[in-house]
Design a protein around this ligand. Structure first.
Ligand code: HEM
Length: 213
């Protein structure tokens, strides 16, 4: 355990942890989206996907605990880095926000991160920690997206997720040392494409459900 606390004690160690846990989250988002695409097919496809997932039993419990651990490391490390950066700014009020070719994604990482954390808490209350007796997950999802308020919140959250991922994915590769004139533009493009797929793939679900179910 010493190596872990030692790594987290250094600035580069923290960035490394952010990169690795962030990449793991991107992997989770890709599989979560792939599963949720069954929502576009209909109730039978989605329920059989959900049943298949729950039949994995202990493996799912292990995945859930791993996700929670990753989330705690990612959020705690991110907040610490944000605070340290903020404290070490030489003259806080005169920082030129647009300097250094920064993108919307890079400038807003801490804020989009906090919004995503709030979204995930709401999302788990909507679909995970919800009483499922006498109903099923299809009914729960379609009932949720019958509400204009939730449709709005989910679409905004998916835009926020796409902005966060568009910088996060590229930045994780940079931290891991994948920086080469030949590959960097490709990785940057890949991050944008991935984030657009995440934003549109998830973001269209509430709209689709509300008009088709
Ligand atoms: C319209 C978009 C989305 C829909 C319809 C959706 C739907 C669901 C459903 C049905 C579950 C399973 C609940 C259960 O059976 O226990 C779930 C779990 C979860 N979702 Fe989403 N999701 C969406 C977007 C997202 C996004 C963008 C994130 C992350 C930023 C996310 C993170 C999670 C997490 C962490 C879990 C818990 C995983 C687990 O229980 O193993 N979801 N979601």
């Amino acid at each position: 355990m010493n190596w872990f606390t030692d790594t987290l004690g250094t600035s580069i160690g923290k960035k490394l942890m952010m990169a690795l846990t962030g990449l793991a989250f991107c992997g989770f988002l890709a599989t979560h989206l792939a599963g949720n695409l069954t929502l576009y097919v209909g109730s039978e496809a989605f329920l059989s996907y959900a049943e298949h997932l729950h039949s994995l039993g202990p493996l799912i419990t292990l995945a859930e605990w791993s996700l929670l651990t990753l989330a705690i490391i990612h959020v705690a490390t991110g907040l610490t880095l944000f605070y340290q950066n903020w404290r070490s700014r030489p003259v806080r009020y005169s920082v030129k926000k647009t300097a250094g070719g920064r993108t919307i994604g890079s400038r807003t990482m801490p804020y989009t991160g906090i919004l995503l954390l709030l979204f995930i808490i709401l999302h788990l209350l909507n679909f995970h920690f919800v009483d499922k007796t006498g109903t099923n997950i299809w009914n729960i999802v379609t009932d949720t997206f019958n509400s204009g308020g939730y449709i709005f919140i989910y679409i905004i959250a998916m835009i926020v997720a796409a902005v966060h991922v568009s910088h996060g994915l590229w930045s994780a590769f940079q931290t891991l040392g994948v920086d080469h004139p030949k590959y960097t533009p490709f990785i940057r493009g890949l991050s944008i494409v991935f984030s657009v797929i995440i934003g549109i793939g998830f973001g269209f679900i509430p709209i689709f459900i509300s008009i088709s179910v």
